[in-house]
Design a protein around this ligand. Structure first.
Ligand SMILES: [Fe+2]
Length: 242
């Protein structure tokens, strides 16, 4: 979202009476295939936890605006962009595989819808960390889990402007880190970073500015406290199977 629209959204929230963090349905909601692995959800997907679930690392107010304003807008605009076109009914992966041939509205809003859904589901509190098997794979690829974090942090910090950092399985089936601009992701045929996404971090200012202001590095450091390693492990196993 453009900066002026972000500021406008923040202004609207500030002007309104603050809504207390609310629990959205069942805290134990799990990721459904629809939306990430499959076709877009028929309805805007629920956040799999309460707005305040990731405090103090990601604050409730940011989560509320991020999910209910930004993500919802991408979802709505994407569904409108594909309505009545051959893209309707296609999986997100299939849409992204030829997105360079589609209008910018499909690329930007489809990426915004998918990336945020992916992001919510790779966050949780109390994760036990990478499984022994996954740790071994990480160590083989990067030297250690800490080295992976260093490489990922560098990708996140050096992404100029808005975008996303990724841990992904590249087309040679190797673990890799990188970043994409705007709402692009590694599934897009137009992306320089290509492969199967495993873990992502939103580094748009709207993801952290209310709590961290210009200190993107602090937000990136805090992110590691709420990574859902079980979900990343699961995606890694699925990606290896192709
Ligand atoms: Fe975002």
């Amino acid at each position: 979202m453009e900066r002026r629209n972000f500021v406008k959204s923040v202004g609207l929230i500030t002007a309104a009476a603050y809504i207390s963090p609310m629990v959205l349905g069942n805290d134990q909601v799990t990721v459904k295939a629809s939306g990430i692995e499959g076709t877009p959800s028929a309805e805007f997907p629920k956040l799999p936890y309460a707005y305040n679930a990731l405090e103090p690392y990601i604050d409730a107010r940011t989560m509320e605006i991020h999910y209910d304003k930004h993500h919802r807008a991408y979802y709505t605009n994407f569904m409108n962009a594909i309505k009545g076109t051959p893209l309707e009914g296609m999986t997100m992966a299939a849409v992204f595989a030829s997105v360079s041939k589609q209008p910018d509205a499909v690329r930007n809003n489809g990426g915004g819808y998918y990336n945020h859904l992916f992001f919510w589901n790779n966050l949780i509190t109390g994760s036990a960390g990478p499984s022994p098997e996954f740790s071994s794979a990480i160590t083989k690829a990067f030297g250690s889990v800490d080295k992976l974090k260093e490489a990922f942090n560098t990708a996140a910090k050096t992404r100029f402007g808005s975008g996303w950092a990724w841990l992904y399985l590249n087309t040679e089936q190797n673990l890799a880190v990188g970043s994409t601009p705007n709402q692009d992701n590694p599934l897009m045929d137009s992306s320089l970073v290509k492969g199967t996404p495993l873990l992502t971090l939103d580094v748009w200012e709207h993801a952290y500015y209310l709590k961290y202001q210009n200190k993107r590095a602090d937000y990136i450091d805090a992110f590691w406290n709420v990574v859902n390693w079980e979900e990343v492990n699961k995606r890694y196993q699925q990606a290896l199977k192709g």
